[in-house]
Design a protein around this ligand. Structure first.
Ligand code: BTN
Length: 279
């Protein structure tokens, strides 16, 4: 189990992570967090050593072996802005990325919800909401981080896409300290959203550490088969992606609408398509 005293030793938050429940094994921390969200204080977290039905985006499974990684969900009660889940995804990505930097682990954010090291995924974020009378009742921010997994712990079919902090640094990372740093950074950005209704600081981090700005990526409209090869120009002040499309026109892409793929494949490569556009 996580030694929560060690988390507390590094925690400077007022409410994020100040209350918690943890499990040796659970189906999914997000599912549990959604179940308890009605009767718990804002900022409560659900942690697990292992998930047997860990959820990823787009209905995928998040492989969650025991004892070496971080699986956690933060329960929040933001106002009923329909964009809250998207904003919280950016806040979480910025908080994880910045915390890894504080551990001297260089990393990049693949908009909107993946953290990469050397082009491979080290962390995924899944925000889910519960509704009451069609209004947002709570938002659960699920964060999975591959921390101390060895290469041999990673399943064969995801070996070329996934990595852990340990595989890169050759060192064990103290999970509890990393969790505390993430909560500290998260609360800083979340408070700014609540008090000033902006996520500009979090987006600065998302832009500074972006894996895809000025790169060529494939975007795929969720639920459709068509794949487009586009150039990413920027992240807007609303957290959308500004791209240069196939016609050489600027276009805005909203998170949740597309999945971004092909990281590494088109990076820094001049494609035929790019030569045709000559911007
Ligand atoms: C993704 O990249 O597809 C998102 C992965 C999110 C995984 C985390 S692990 C903790 C929390 N509980 C879940 O079931 N999923 C999230």
């Amino acid at each position: 189990m996580y030694n929560y005293n060690k988390i507390m030793d590094n925690l400077v938050t007022k409410y994020i992570g100040q209350t918690f429940v943890q499990y040796e094994e659970i189906d999914s921390t997000n599912t549990k967090a959604k179940h308890i969200s009605n009767n718990c204080p804002e900022g409560m977290v659900v942690l697990a050593e292992r998930q047997i039905a860990g959820k990823g985006r787009l209905g995928r499974t998040w492989i969650s072996p025991k004892g070496k990684n971080i699986y956690m969900s933060i329960i929040l009660k933001p106002n009923s802005d329909p964009q809250s889940a998207v904003k919280l995804t950016h806040i979480a990505a910025a908080a994880v990325s910045e915390s890894l930097e504080e551990f001297n682990v260089e990393n990049k954010i693949k908009w909107p919800n993946d953290i990469l090291i050397n082009g491979k995924k080290v962390c995924g974020i899944l925000c889910e909401m519960t509704l009451r009378k069609k209004e947002i009742n709570s938002i659960v921010v699920g964060i999975g981080i591959n921390v101390n997994m060895a290469e041999s712990d990673i399943e064969e079919e995801i070996k070329d896409k996934a990595v852990s902090i340990k595989i890169i640094t050759n060192e064990e990372t103290e999970r509890e300290k990393l969790i505390a740093y993430i909560f500290n950074n998260f609360e800083k950005y979340y408070n700014k959203l609540k008090e000033k209704n902006t996520i500009d600081d979090a987006l600065e981090v998302c832009k500074k550490n972006s894996a895809i700005i000025n790169k060529y990526v494939e975007i795929n409209k969720i639920g459709r088969k068509t794949i487009r090869k586009v150039k990413v120009l920027d992240i807007t002040e609303n957290g959308e992606l500004l791209i240069l499309n196939e016609e050489g026109e600027e276009e805005i892409v909203i998170s949740g609408e597309v999945s971004v793929r092909g990281e590494g494949i088109y990076w820094d490569k001049k494609t035929l398509w790019d030569n045709e556009i000559r911007r």
